[in-house]
Design a protein around this ligand. Structure first.
Ligand SMILES: Nc1ncnc2c1ncn2[C@@H]1O[C@H](COP(=O)(O)OP(=O)(O)O)[C@@H](O)[C@H]1O
Ligand SMILES: [Mg+2]
Length: 273
């Protein structure tokens, strides 16, 4: 069964989609079978994976949510799985996700649809990564209900760090009501410029506030213009930034994820928290 990781932060522009893309590619490069699930109406993960027109696809996450509402049979839903490479598959999202968000909040049991769908495909994968939208609405709740783990990218800025409190309250609520097994891999500082005094100050604040409970991952993704090239390139970060700091940081993240999730699988229970 796949280890399912939701990459979540209700703030936009903190690197969620980039983390899903680079972590997913890194895991696939290590021989793991990986499925990336785009849950954001902006479809930026889908576009970065080479899907230029997610609006034109017949089956995307919006149709899959709709199918799960009407029949839990996923025979048609799996047509939404696209192949980026032999070991890296993905499901695209587009603007229709806005309507999904509205519909889910009016549908009883609507927080379980993604879990229901993933349970029918997860035997085929080692890892399933969920790219959450920048909100704590029903689509993100679906991801938190379906996931085994969450990974929280954040910029080292004061307001971004403050925003984590609300996210953590949501996690506590989901654990209590729907997914007691949900574990936290940790907070991942992204777009870090280690030279600025402010980022060092915010890192200390995060360590003081969450260091003992959630944990700050021993890995930081540096800021680099190379990352901006990813969305329009067919190359991965490991090719674009060969021997560079960003690729090295993502390799380190891949190691951490492999280690934490392996420990959990072997122990039959959680690793980090
Ligand atoms: N390490 C990084 N260095 C520089 N730019 C980055 C980095 N990570 C992400 N970005 C850029 O920041 C923007 C937002 O990233 P994205 O992954 O789309 O965030 P989110 O999914 O949280 O909204 C994108 O333009 C992306 O290319
Ligand atoms: Mg995104």
């Amino acid at each position: 069964m796949a280890q399912k990781i939701a990459v979540v932060n209700q703030k936009g522009g903190v690197s969620k989609s980039t983390v899903v893309l680079c972590l997913g590619t890194g895991l696939a490069n290590r021989g793991k079978k990986v499925l990336l699930v785009d849950l954001d109406a902006q479809g930026s993960l889908s576009i970065s994976l080479g899907c230029d027109y997610p609006e034109k696809l017949p089956v995307t996450m919006a149709e899959i949510f709709q199918m799960m509402e009407h029949t839990p049979d996923s025979t048609d839903a799996v047509r939404g799985i696209l192949s980026h490479s032999e070991t890296l598959h993905y499901i695209a999202a587009n603007r229709k996700m806005v309507f999904v968000e509205q519909k889910l909040s009016q549908t009883e049991g609507g927080e379980q649809f993604l879990k229901c769908f993933l349970s029918s495909v997860d035997a085929a994968y080692d890892y399933i990564l969920l790219d959450c939208p920048p909100a704590l609405g029903m689509v993100t709740v679906n991801a938190l209900v379906a996931a085994d783990w969450i990974l929280i990218p954040t910029q080292l800025e004061y307001l971004a760090a403050k925003g984590l409190e609300q996210l953590l309250q949501t996690v506590v609520r989901i654990r209590r009501r729907a997914n007691p097994e949900l574990q936290i891999l940790g907070i991942l500082p992204t777009m870090v410029n280690p030279r600025t005094r402010d980022s060092r100050k915010v890192l200390r604040l995060l360590q003081d506030t969450y260091g003992n409970s959630i944990g700050i991952l021993p890995c930081q993704i540096p800021y680099s213009v190379r990352v901006k090239e990813l969305s329009s390139s067919t190359k991965s970060i490991y090719e674009l930034d060969r021997n560079g700091k960003v690729a090295a940081a993502y390799e380190q993240l891949v190691d951490i994820v492999l280690k934490s999730t392996k420990a959990a699988t072997e122990a039959g229970t959680g690793g980090c928290i």
